[in-house]
Design a protein around this ligand. Sequence first.
Ligand SMILES: [Fe+2]
Ligand SMILES: [Fe+2]
Length: 143
Amino acid sequence: MFNGMDMYRRDKNVLDLITEAMKDERHDRVKYKKMMELAKNDKVRKQIEFAYKDEGKHYMMFKHIYYMLTGRECDIPVPKIEKIDCLLPAIESSINGELGAVELYRRIQSMLPTIQMRDMLFEIITDEQEHATRFVYLYSMLK
Ligand SMILES: [Fe+2]
Ligand SMILES: [Fe+2]
């Protein structure tokens, strides 16, 4: 555990950003599940499934980082998500979502105190960049 409550008092902001990230990961996982149900072919569904699986892993990684920083468990309830009844606009908004996540996670990465934590963010950031690329591919395939 890194410095427990001292860390919390000194830098509450990074914890706020981590809980925001956890909320986004939860949201995206639910969204991608719905998109997988809308996908008409396996090739498309597989591409979305990569991201779906990663978001579950990312949530657990952020949860672990939160615990290392505070000694406390943090859980975010599954959020309500927008209605999705058409795949293409959902793919388009996912590209922006993934790129937004990259920005937020770079900020979080720069605020983390250990190499181990920053390496975890590096892994998550490269995953999100991969998701964005997969969604760009799907968008150009389906439009
Ligand atoms: Fe993610
Ligand atoms: Fe993602």
